[in-house]
Design a protein around this ligand. Structure first.
Ligand code: G6P
Length: 605
């Protein structure tokens, strides 16, 4: 959700900023911009903005270069306040200062009214612009520009990761962070800023992940950071990985496609060391499960679908009550939390604002907490009591694939661990589960012929008035996930439904323009689901059956392998659904990796 980068040093600044933004573009891509302060004299600040993808900004700057020492800030936007226009693109400017920001300033209206009443003219519709005008107002009387910046930040309520440069402080970057990610990194005297370490790899040597409420300023070779009470903080840097190679497309057309293919490898990595000697061996302390009689799973989007899947596993395998909460709903419902609940948040990015807030609420209530997360050092990881990292590697496609797969694996492992601790699983069942788990990397290692088959079928689905993805039990959340994938990247209307619910309303939509994607695993409720699908076929809906068993009423049939364990069928069908969405999106000519209106990491509520 908006990406920000900054640089202080003598490299060619345009390239550093564009390179950094390229890595963050998945966070938002409505528009982009940068401001560069360089040259001998502080009067030189150049700025550029462009609507749409980053390449538009890059093209606009083709004749510009900035050699020699200087500072630069850049931003890629996901609009919250104001349309994605050039005026609303960051950086926002005052008379002599420039600001970029990720987050939402909740009291911006009040600040804007105050500034307008003092004669300040606003040109954008954004909340961000108040920051730069407030700063310039305070700078008229403050002892120093940084003092003015402190007074500015003290007025803001809401979420922000923000960088400001000003002619009043040549060669410096002022920065502040609250409830949105911000990292400062260094390499010798050079200093870098970013919303994510992905854009720092290969540039910075060590990084400091800033905590909420901090404010600071940096110039070549010098960084000062203060906590929310303005007490100076000790700088504490950790080494950054050196290898950027893992975040490239490796010959695939899209990151999403590459990430679908990577699932076998990342699931193996996710299992590594966690299944040992016919037992589950997790890095979380056993104490966290002590006295627990309920698990609450909380997440958004795809991670929410992993949570629903897990709720079946926890109840069936660990015989423990499992409740699922959508994080955005949880925050304001005045939830009744029981001390004996284990609160598990699930998040790919570890920065999703709603999930992070839900975690804070659970902690405030004194609950034991755990995060299933893909990004080490993210806000959620730092806050949670216990953490299981999904080890999926950087996921760049906005539509999540490998992160989902590894989340489900982690949660399955957790349910087994809990079953063992609660003494509700016999040895034979445990061995059977572990055998199935170990086999998942080969289940998701699919033959490219499957993709070829789905590519050919995809042409049948470019029109029609909607899709129902249906399944039962764990195949219901998988149906939800299949529908979400299709919605996200093909922009076709799709809903996931429990197959047994169709007759309670949705079946009214059945006709020859309605596509039903039916998940018919042979190991779980096959006959029941089949009857539900037959009811739809009888009303002339188009049926696509995904099953190991031929289904004579289907219009299209995608045959899966026969397995003994439902989770094996789950993971193979997951691949089918991911490829299904991918191939339809490609045929429709959409931008698979950066679908319209979306962002990978949603750091606003
Ligand atoms: C956004 C993304 C989704 C993702 C959701 C939750 O909406 O577009 O793909 O599932 O956020 O993100 P998280 O990082 O918390 O898993």
């Amino acid at each position: 959700m908006c990406g920000i980068v900054g640089y202080i040093g003598s490299k060619e600044k345009k390239s550093v900023i564009i390179g950094g933004l390229k890595e963050l573009e998945y966070r938002g891509y409505d528009s982009a911009g940068m401001a560069i302060m360089s040259g001998e004299c502080c009067s030189d600040i150049h700025y550029f903005k462009a609507v749409g993808k980053l390449e538009n900004l890059s093209n606009k700057m083709s004749d510009f270069s900035s050699e020699g020492f200087g500072v630069a800030i850049g931003h890629t936007r996901w609009a919250t306040h104001g349309k994605p226009t050039e005026i609303n693109a960051h950086p926002h400017l005052g008379e002599y200062s420039f600001v970029i920001h990720n987050g939402i300033i909740e009291n911006y209206k009040e600040l804007k009214d105050e500034l307008e009443s003092q004669g300040v003219k606003f040109i954008s519709q954004t909340d961000t612009e108040v920051i730069v005008h407030l700063f310039e107002r305070y700078n008229k009387t403050a002892k120093s520009p940084f003092e003015a910046y402190k007074q500015t930040i003290a007025r803001l309520r809401g979420a922000y990761a923000t960088l400001l440069i000003t002619k009043a402080a040549y060669g410096e970057v002022f920065f502040a962070k609250n409830a949105a990610p911000l990292i400062v990194a260094k390499n010798g005297d050079e200093i870098y800023f970013s919303s994510s370490d992905a854009s720092l790899i290969g540039l910075g040597k060590e990084a400091m992940y800033l905590e909420d409420g901090v404010i600071g300023h940096a110039k070549l070779g010098a960084i000062e950071i203060f906590d929310k009470n303005l007490k100076a903080l000790q700088l504490s840097f950790t080494e950054l990985p050196k290898d950027k190679g893992y975040a490239q497309k490796d010959g695939y057309r899209f990151f999403m496609e590459k990430e679908i293919y990577e699932q076998s490898q990342v699931i193996s990595e996710c299992l590594m060391g966690r299944v040992k000697d016919d037992n589950v061996n997790l890095e979380v302390s056993d104490d966290v499960f002590d006295g627990i009689d309920e698990v609450v799973l909380c997440a958004c989007g795809t991670s929410y679908h992993a949570a629903i899947t897990a709720s079946y596993l926890f109840e069936r395998i660990a015989k423990i009550r499992a409740k699922v909460e959508i994080a955005s709903e949880f925050r304001y419902k005045e939830p009744l939390l029981k001390p004996n609940s284990l609160f598990i948040v699930i998040s790919q990015s570890g920065e999703t604002a709603d999930t992070l807030e839900a975690l804070k609420i659970a902690k405030e209530h004194g609950l034991k907490t755990m995060a299933i997360c893909n990004v080490d050092n993210s806000s959620i990881v730092r806050l949670a009591g216990e953490v299981m990292l999904t080890r999926a590697g950087i996921e760049k496609g906005v539509a999540s694939t490998k992160a989902f797969a590894t989340q489900v694996i982690c949660l399955w492992l957790l349910s087994l661990k809990l079953a063992k601790l609660r003494n509700v699983i016999d040895e034979k069942t445990m061995l059977n589960e572990l055998k199935a788990l170990r086999n998942i990397p080969s289940v998701v290692h699919f033959d490219p012929k499957l993709q070829e088959r789905i590519y050919r079928l995809a042409k049948h689905y470019l029109h029609g008035h909607g899709f129902f993805f249906i399944g039962r039990d764990i195949f219901y959340p998988l149906a939800l996930e299949g529908a979400l994938k299709l919605k996200e990247i093909s922009y076709l209307h799709a809903e996931g439904y429990p197959a047994g619910e169709m007759k309670h309303g949705p079946i009214a939509l059945a006709d020859d323009g309605l596509y039903t994607i039916a998940l018919l695993p042979s190991t779980l409720l096959y006959e029941k689901t089949k009857s539900n699908v037959e009811e739809l076929a009888a009303r002339d809906a188009n049926i696509t059956a995904i099953s190991p068993v031929a289904f004579e009423l289907s219009d299209d049939f995608i045959q899966t392998n026969t397995y003994e364990h439902p989770m094996s069928e789950f993971f193979e069908m997951m691949i089918v659904l991911q490829l299904f969405a991918l191939e339809i999106s490609i045929r429709l000519g959409n931008d698979v990796d950066m679908p319209r209106n979306l962002a990978k990491s949603v750091t606003v509520e």
